[in-house]
Design a protein around this ligand. Structure first.
Ligand code: SAM
Length: 215
């Protein structure tokens, strides 16, 4: 892993044991509403395999395990993965696995029906977000549900809701990246001026190529 990701992974590992109680009164309702929408839109069938990227302490993965056949969680932070595993053990949830993996190096080569990611992609800069979306599209899931910080209004708000270092994109940029990777965006949910959920489904037409690329 390169140095910046290593630092980020260490930062999350340090707060992993209290991550679930970390958000303040303003952030918490938005965070929970976003996670609930991601879970609802994922709506796995009983035979689906779901991949949760940037799974953290398993908030979304563990909720989805109830309905899915199997859930795979991937994260760069060993501390967060440890917490997720211990929550699964405590709840007796057996159809889930958590392990190391990065958006562009997933460490998973099984079948995937649905990919989800909640509040994780914003850690990557714009270009790397696009690379990550291409990797996800390459897995061939029928659906990708992305909950994250994203600007619905001004891309330079006076106050950032999640005031830490994040690389927030506009909704338009994320929709373009998903479309370019061959998805069709079928739902856009605005949770807050700076937070939303995008639902992308597999398009039969494949990725969009610019005319320059074809020359
Ligand atoms: C804000 S937490 C969200 C965790 C969880 N998805 C949730 O909804 O509670 C972001 C997580 O993304 C992970 N993460 C950050 N950058 C990542 C990357 N490039 N690849 C995989 N995971 C990453 C972090 O380690 C952290 O656990």
């Amino acid at each position: 892993m390169h140095e910046k990701l290593d630092d980020l992974a260490n930062q999350f590992s340090q707060i992993a044991h209290h991550y679930d109680d970390k958000h303040d009164d303003e952030e918490k309702p938005v965070y929970n509403a976003c996670a609930s929408l991601v879970i609802d839109h994922t709506g796995p069938d009983p035979d689906d395999v779901v991949l949760d990227l940037g799974t953290g302490t398993g908030l979304v993965a563990l909720a989805l395990a109830e309905d899915a056949n199997y859930v795979v969680g991937r994260d760069i932070s060993d501390g967060m993965i440890e917490q997720a595993r211990s929550k699964a053990d405590d709840s007796g949830i057996e159809n889930v696995e958590f392990g190391s993996g990065e958006f562009r190096d997933l460490q998973y080569d099984g079948d995937v029906d649905i990919v989800v990611s909640n509040f994780a992609l914003h850690h990557l800069p714009d270009k790397e977000k696009r690379e990550a979306i291409e990797v996800i599209a390459g897995l061939g899931p029928r659906r990708f549900v992305l909950g994250d910080t994203m600007f619905f209004g001004s891309s330079d708000p006076e106050e950032s809701l999640f005031g830490h270092e994040v690389n927030v994109e506009t909704v338009g940029m994320l929709v373009n990246a998903l479309t370019d990777a061959g998805f069709v965006v079928t739902a856009v949910e605005r949770v807050h001026e700076q937070v939303g959920v995008l639902v992308a489904e597999q398009s039969n037409e494949g990725p969009v190529h610019s005319p320059q690329e074809d020359q």
